[in-house]
Design a protein around this ligand. Structure first.
Ligand SMILES: *Cc1c(COP(=O)(O)O)cnc(C)c1O
Length: 356
């Protein structure tokens, strides 16, 4: 909490990552010091993410920082999945206004576990990119604003708590950090948190190496890093959550800088590898996970096979979402519906201008 850019917490939004030492997966892979940061619902180990993914870590500080700054405009968020759920839940708990812009086909995945708060849900005919265009139109209207994506420090610092929590649990920085990425913001956040821990002086001097994983063939960060080109096939990846066509890669302080500074690497993972990794994780650790983190598990298996990491290295694996089966056992699902469905950005103006 002390290291987040906020003045306090939001009651009801205080779940964080849980770090534990793996037994099952570590044994299967032959790793003696594998630590898992679990970001999902698994009450038995103390993990209580409200919507089942580490997007919860971004939503709460983002809303709290806006409150601290006295920003009462309506926050506009475009998302096709976990981000929409996290912001819907956080906005409802905090009572702060948010407009979610979601492809119409993704609205069926939009649920929260509390009563709906001051949310406006805009369905868009089309895909995530059409939704982004509608969101840009709405944010240009008076009384609305965006959160900034990778440029939002509250978002990055929220995700950075994964490394902070693990380092406190371990007493030192891990040597390796594995995460499945779409935008790569989680990788940037892990790097930034590690630099602060090194500045602190108590936890070691070496930056953890970033091992970022993407699902083939929709893997723009992987292609950029390898200096090759690949053909995207929307709908063809193991996990659509991870497909972001405009990642913050080359900008100063972006994904490329984070990889270079940490001697990192990027892994391109096939659907088959990810499927096998998902089965291996679930059977060896005893909890269900989302498809995205299975891509990170596959990257870890690949790094062990290639010798990129040593058998006794201290490894942190970020399981970015999971425990949905447990979550639905203990929490009722409140499915959300669109307040308006539009097909072009212009169509949304009149409706939205009536809200603030
Ligand atoms: C968003 C997301 C990721 C990737 O996050 P980045 O912003 O690319 O770091 C990974 N896993 C899950 C479950 C996600 O929702």
């Amino acid at each position: 909490m002390d290291w987040l850019p906020v003045k306090g917490r939001i009651d009801g939004l205080d779940s964080g990552p849980v770090t534990y030492k793996s037994r099952g997966l570590g044994r299967e892979l032959g790793l003696g010091n594998l630590y898992i940061s679990f970001n999902g619902c698994w009450p038995e180990i103390g993990a209580r993410s409200a919507t089942g993914s580490f997007k919860d870590l971004e939503a709460a500080p983002t809303l709290r920082m806006r409150k601290d700054l006295g920003n009462s405009s309506i926050l506009v968020v475009a998302s096709a999945g976990n981000t929409a759920r996290a912001f819907a839940q956080a906005a409802s708990v905090a009572g702060q206004p948010v407009a979610l812009v979601v492809p119409k086909s993704a609205i069926k995945n939009l649920w929260i576990t509390v009563e709906k708060g001051p949310l406006t849900i805009v369905g868009v005919e089309g895909d995530y990119f059409d939704a982004i265009q509608v969101a840009e139109k709405i944010s240009s209207l008076k009384g609305f604003s965006t959160e900034g994506g990778a440029r939002n420090v509250a978002r990055r610092d929220g995700m950075g708590t994964v490394v902070l929590d693990a380092t406190l649990a371990l007493g030192k920085l891990p040597q390796h950090y594995f995460q499945a990425v779409g935008s790569g913001t989680g990788g940037i956040a892990a790097w930034e948190a590690s630099m602060r821990l090194i500045d602190d002086g108590r936890f070691g001097k070496a930056l953890p190496r970033l091992h970022l994983a993407q699902s083939l063939p929709n893997a723009p960060i992987y292609y950029s890093w390898m200096g090759c080109s690949g053909e995207f096939r929307p709908g063809a990846t193991f996990d659509e959550v991870l497909f972001n066509r405009r990642p913050p890669y080359g900008m100063p302080g972006g994904v490329s800088d984070a990889l270079k500074a940490t001697c990192g690497d990027v892994y391109g993972i096939s659907s088959q590898e990810a499927e096998e990794a998902k089965r291996l994780f679930e059977s060896s650790e005893g909890i269900d996970i989302l498809n995205a983190p299975a891509v990170a598990v596959a990257a870890l298996a690949s790094a062990v096979r290639s010798g990129a990491i040593g058998r006794s290295d201290v490894v942190l694996l970020n399981i970015t979402g999971g425990g949905l089966a447990r979550l639905h056992e203990i929490m009722a699902k409140n499915c959300l519906e669109a307040d308006i469905v539009v097909s072009r950005p212009e169509d949304v103006i009149n409706f939205m201008e009536g809200i603030p």
